[in-house]
Write a protein that binds this ligand. Structure first.
Ligand code: CA
Length: 193
């Protein structure tokens, strides 16, 4: 089995929406929810704007009170194209096993327990994999009536009270570019086994 799922998207250092999702080389119904990417985020660090943050959410919709879930031996990848050819030039790779996770890529090589924040040996990069409140807001119950022009949004978030597992990496901005100068980047996320 090769690539399980892609979530594509974006540019640099702005919180960005995902633009596409695709499942290839595998029956979508066979992919565990914890291997399906819900959203990809790219942020400028705050308050430290010399840092950048990559975040990927999976297993969204899980009830509150659960535990972080990654699928053991599935590779979770942040992929970064630095020269505009839409082919990854470097990656940050995350894998879990037996309640622990490991992050590798550029100056990252850290390993520890799910639910904890790990710091690279030089103190410049941080990695977290754990349970978070579902960051997505959606008033889906009103959507059909809004589309039909027969009603309006209620403002009720159907995702309230649900969780996701988040993979979050904070790093100096030049790490995102693989050590090169800051430039326009294409960034996407994928899972594979
Ligand atoms: Ca490239």
């Amino acid at each position: 089995m090769i690539v399980a799922l892609f979530i594509l998207l974006s540019l640099i250092l702005v919180a960005v929406p995902v633009t596409a999702e695709d499942v290839v080389n595998v029956d979508p119904s066979s992919v565990p929810r914890a291997a399906k990417i819900s959203d990809l985020y790219v942020f400028e660090g705050s308050p430290d704007t010399t840092k950048a943050v990559l975040a990927m959410t999976v297993d969204c919709g899980a009830p509150s009170g659960g535990t972080a879930t990654l699928v053991d031996d599935v590779l979770y990848r942040f992929e970064i194209d630095t020269d505009g050819d839409l082919k990854a030039d470097h990656r940050f790779l995350v894998r879990s096993r037996n309640g622990k996770f490991r992050v590798k890529g550029y100056n990252f090589d850290v390993q520890g327990d799910l639910g904890t924040t790990l710091t690279t040996t030089d103190g410049m990069g941080k990695a977290f994999v754990g349970l978070v409140d579902n960051p997505f807001f959606g008033d889906l119950a009103s959507l059909s009536s809004v589309v039909a022009k027969s009603g309006s949004f209620s403002g009720i978030d159907q995702f309230a009270g649900t969780n996701c597992t988040a993979i979050v990496l904070e790093m100096p901005r030049d790490w995102l570019a693989g050590g090169g100068q800051e430039r326009k980047l294409n960034i996407w996320a994928s899972t594979a086994r």
